[in-house]
Design a protein around this ligand. Structure first.
Ligand code: NDP
Ligand code: 8X3
Length: 240
């Protein structure tokens, strides 16, 4: 049984498809339940509403999870690309609530079931933004650096238990990510991927499927995956 948060679009939706193909039964969650159902219906998944920023929602979601071997903490994203001096409290707060507090709440609630499975695995979706700062990234950089730190602490504290811990850190993936970051501005979102071939959500799902299907004694600590045309968060080759 695999649980995927943020399964209504992008990497989470593609991960649901990949893990179904790999033989997992699924529990999927996100705020837009109808979109989760579109993804999960054909996969026979249990589709539930989930707002990872809301403790009661997380509690209700986790109570419905009967057992869990794999947890993919994918729900997250960026808000804005403002210079630090123009940081918006609300954007930073929401990014922290979603990417950091949400990951903590869901994982903490499911740890007993992950351990009871005898072969648990937590996959945290980080980012190259969690390894490399860039102008305008401060709020998002901070939360993805935090995801990396949390992943490392979990590995240290859970050693000896049957729970593998992995961070998958993608570069540029074409999803709703930039549309959300730029508050629905389609033009601006499109420019992020102009003149190059970004990763697809399926490319990242492929990596997630690979890490969770290694033999149980093999822990893939971290994977950084970027498009060929991207050398870093700020350097990409574009044919424009
Ligand atoms: P999308 O915007 O396409 O997907 C984000 C998902 O997170 C949606 O399913 C959304 O569902 C869900 N989500 C957002 N807020 C909440 C919440 N409060 N509670 C529950 N679910 C929530 O973007 P991606 O697929 O690209 O993003 C997935 C992850 O990958 C994120 O953690 C992102 O930071 C990370 N990432 C993305 C990269 C990229 O370039 N695209 C690169 C590196 C990392 P809903 O709105 O229905 O709640
Ligand atoms: C998304 C990658 O470089 O836009 O996590 O921050 S980046």
């Amino acid at each position: 049984m695999a649980v995927v948060t943020g399964a209504s679009s992008g990497i989470g939706a593609a991960t649901a498809v990949a893990l179904h193909r790999a033989g997992f039964s699924l529990v999927l969650g996100a705020r837009r339940l109808e979109k989760v159902q579109e993804v999960g219906g054909p996969l026979g998944a249990m589709c539930l509403p989930l707002d990872v920023t809301d403790a009661a929602s997380v509690e209700a979601f986790c109570a419905h999870v009967p057992e869990v071997h794999v947890l993919v903490n994918n729900a997250g994203g960026a808000l804005g690309l403002d210079k630090f001096a123009e940081s918006k409290d609300e954007d930073w707060q929401r990014m922290y609530d979603t990417n950091v507090m949400g990951l903590m709440r869901v994982t903490r609630a499911l740890l007993p079931k992950l351990e009871a499975s005898g072969a648990g695995h937590v996959v945290n979706i980080g980012s190259i933004a969690g390894r490399e700062a860039y102008p305008g990234g401060a709020g998002y950089n901070a939360v993805k650096f935090a995801v990396r730190a949390i992943t490392q602490v979990m590995r240290l504290e859970l050693v000896g238990k049957p729970i593998r811990i992995t961070e998958v850190a993608p570069g540029m993936v074409e999803t709703e990510f930039s549309l959300v970051r730029f508050s629905g501005d389609e033009e601006r979102a499109k420019k992020v991927y102009a003149g190059l071939q970004p990763l697809s959500p399926e490319d990242v799902a492929d990596v997630i499927e690979w890490v969770v299907t290694r033999p149980p004694h093999v822990n893939i600590d971290e994977v950084v995956v970027k498009p060929l045309a991207q050398a870093s968060a700020t350097v990409a080759a574009r044919n424009l």
